[in-house]
Design a protein around this ligand. Structure first.
Ligand code: ADP
Ligand code: MG
Length: 313
């Protein structure tokens, strides 16, 4: 297959749920990414940060309760920045090593990425993005008492939810392009990017977590990518997911995907943003393909063997 430009969006299972898990998970993740690089593709990586950003926010809160000189509240924008740095650190090192093991000398760099949102985005009044760990009903009640918003997450338990405004502009996109032109592997827009609003020359961080699927879609469009690959915990997207008449999807058009979404086949906060991001990418050009599949299936997916593909027609 000829060389493609691919934006890979890594989901939670590519990173694990805590520090030791992440260290191990990024090794497997790096193998899947290195497979694509070895095949000659140009790869840009982005990733989620739901569990990590919640963990950092809670950790900063716990520290603030111990040390009265330290605020208990750390803005979510800062927590996203921290998550980009520490996930990027593990990921860039693991990928660097995997490439060197295969005799490929390429540098891998993480770009701390800010993403502009609209301060009037209605999402600020309707938090939907799950962050942090799953909560028991007792923990959920305690979190609500602390002023947090909590929702049920796709039948898997309760989770804190925060505002998830739509990404409008990737502030550091020029830097990402320059690094790509120089032949480097870039990790960008991690955790959906640090949400900021523009105030003249000043970029102000805001309390939100942008969905990484939408941010990755914007990144893929801005970089004129051929593929947006969303790697997650399922090999394919299903109709009637988890029901008796469950049907796995192979290739769907933008129009079909829209129809299925309207019929409520995709859970909000998990599969729906992926399908919506896939639709937005695919409809931005007939040569653009969105692919949703498992991490281990990335190469097979690119080669048309598995995964769910969304195309304009
Ligand atoms: P990630 O961390 O990769 O973003 P999410 O947990 O947010 O992963 O979303 C993937 C999950 O979406 C799957 O593991 C599955 O449980 C759930 N899901 C909801 N609806 C569907 C569907 N229609 N088809 C497949 N998976 C679905
Ligand atoms: Mg998700």
């Amino acid at each position: 297959m000829d060389k493609k430009r691919i934006v890979i969006a890594l989901g939670g299972n590519a990173l694990g749920n805590n520090l030791p898990e992440q260290y191990v998970a990024v090794q497997t993740t790096s193998k899947a990414i290195a497979d694509l690089i070895e095949e000659g593709h140009e790869v840009i990586i982005s990733h989620g940060n739901g569990p990590q950003v919640g963990m950092i926010n809670n950790a900063m809160g716990a520290y603030g309760r111990m040390d009265p000189n330290h605020p208990t509240f750390t803005p979510l924008s800062v927590c996203v920045a921290m998550s980009q740095a520490y996930i990027g650190y593990d990921l860039q090192n693991a990928l660097r090593e995997e490439l060197l093991n295969r005799g490929i000398e390429k540098s891998v760099a993480t770009v701390i990425t800010q993403v502009r949102v609209d301060e009037k985005d209605p999402a600020f009044f309707n938090p939907t993005k799950p962050i942090g760990p799953y909560l028991t009903s007792e923990e959920a009640i305690a979190a609500i008492a602390e002023g947090m918003q909590v929702k049920e997450d796709s039948g898997r338990g309760y989770r804190r939810v925060v505002a998830s405004p739509k990404p409008l502009e990737i502030v550091e996109i020029g830097t990402v392009r320059d690094l790509l032109t120089a032949g480097e592997i870039v990790i960008a827009s991690g955790g959906g990017g640090i949400p900021v609003i523009r105030q003249g020359n000043h970029l102000k961080g805001v309390g939100a977590v942008i969905d990484k699927d939408f941010a990755s879609c914007l990144l893929a469009k801005e970089l004129n990518a051929d593929f947006l690959i969303i790697l997650t915990a399922v090999e394919k997207v299903a109709l009637n997911f988890g029901k008796e008449n469950e049907t796995w999807l192979d290739t769907v058009t933008v129009e079909e995907a829209r129809q299925y979404a309207a019929e409520g086949h995709f859970a909000p906060g998990s599969m729906l943003p992926k399908v919506e991001a896939g639709i937005a990418f695919a409809e931005s050009g007939p040569e653009r393909t969105a692919l949703i599949t498992l991490l281990e299936k990335a190469r097979d997916g690119i080669n048309g063997k598995t995964g769910t593909r969304i195309r304009l027609n």
